[in-house]
Write a protein that binds this ligand. Structure first.
Ligand code: HEC
Ligand code: HEC
Length: 294
């Protein structure tokens, strides 16, 4: 058994001995939702921006029907069907169920979600954001086919183990504006660290799959597929000759300053996500990542 598996089993065993109740009790959600907004257009854009569309739509599949396979050191996770189908989608859910799932990673039954669903980055979505995304999902055609199950072996298939993982390793990004920075910089920070979830790949993770955010988005040299995601620090990006202009252009088109194109997973992020971003949002992100333009 590999080291992450051993640690997970040890934690489960310790829990069974000392805190068994924690594993069996449903998780309780913090938030109530206070918005009645239903701006479908804004919601559809936010669903693009946050990767809900790209990560829940398989190639040649129906929108939001799931089936996208995500590699991880713990096995293969498969995104579920989130169309409004009553039994195999989320058609029986309330807006509150939805917001608790997306911002807190807790299912309507009080079960924890795996962090392959990057809910840790979605904690900063506002009530209005959630209500708008929810409204956009209501008009998606229902798909009756459930997505395939995760292909994750023991012990990671014991979902209750995540109840112990969470207090130790969960790192949610809760946004607050920095007063000495511009509005644009703050918007960029919100997007990069929050819903655009750049850190999901570009931040390091510990052996338990937990995000290590204390140093910032300093790169991940051990991506599940064996590759690496470079740092997104000012120093590194400057050394790579990124400028405000060529960064915005690369996130929009996938074409790099030297005429080459982004490889691997970054190409997919551009195709499915950042190529749809509003210019204002790309500009704000470049301002956050590189500093204020001259
Ligand atoms: C990187 C891929 C990824 C992105 C981006 C993503 N999801 Fe998911 N989502 C998943 C995976 C994987 C699961 C399954 C988690 C589990 O089983 O524990 C999931 C689960 C869910 C669920 C629970 C469904 C159920 O049947 O219990 C909802 C709702 C959901 N996602 C909505 C969203 C929304 C809304 C967004 C955008 C704000 C989003 N997702 C972005 C991968 C993703
Ligand atoms: C699904 C994983 C993933 C996500 C999410 C992701 N990236 Fe990347 N990114 C990568 C990988 C992998 C590379 C290396 C690509 C290559 O080798 O061509 C990369 C490369 C880059 C580079 C090039 C850096 C260099 O070496 O010069 C930039 C800039 C970048 N990403 C920005 C972003 C931004 C901004 C976001 C958020 C909107 C983001 N990435 C989200 C995986 C990801």
């Amino acid at each position: 058994m590999r080291l992450p598996a051993l640690i997970f089993v040890a934690v489960l065993a310790a829990a069974a001995a000392g805190a068994g109740w924690l594993v069996f009790a449903p998780l309780s959600a913090r938030t109530e939702i206070g918005s009645t907004s239903a701006d479908v257009k804004r919601g559809a854009y936010l669903a693009r921006l946050s990767g809900c569309v790209s990560c829940h739509t398989a190639e040649n599949g129906e929108p939001f029907a799931g089936g996208v396979v995500l590699q991880s050191p713990f096995g293969e996770f498969v995104s579920p069907n989130i169309t409004p189908h009553q039994t195999n989608g989320i058609g029986s859910w309330t807006l509150r169920d939805f917001s608790v799932a997306v911002r807190e990673g807790i299912s309507p039954d009080g079960e924890p979600y795996y962090p392959a669903f990057p809910y840790e980055f979605f904690a900063s979505l506002t009530d209005r954001d959630l209500a708008d995304i929810w409204a956009a999902l209501q008009i998606v055609p229902e798909v009756s086919e459930p997505a395939p199950d995760h292909r994750v072996g023991f012990p990671f298939n014991v979902r209750a183990g995540l109840k112990l993982w969470r207090p130790l390793f969960e790192r949610t990004f809760e946004y607050s504006a920095e007063d000495d920075q511009s509005r644009n910089w703050n918007l960029g920070r919100y997007l990069v660290e929050g819903p655009a979830h750049c850190g999901a790949c570009h931040a390091p993770r510990n052996i338990a799959g937990g995000l290590e955010l204390s140093e910032g988005i300093v790169g991940n040299s051990a991506m599940p597929g064996g590759g690496s995601a470079p740092p997104l620090t000012i120093a590194y990006l400057a050394q790579r000759n990124w400028t405000h202009e060529n960064l915005v252009s690369a996130l929009r088109t996938g074409v790099l300053p030297d005429g080459d194109v982004f490889g691997g997973e970054m190409a997919e992020i551009v195709r499915g996500n950042t190529s749809y971003y509003l210019s204002d949002h790309l500009n704000a992100m470049a301002t956050y990542l590189l500093g204020e333009p001259e």
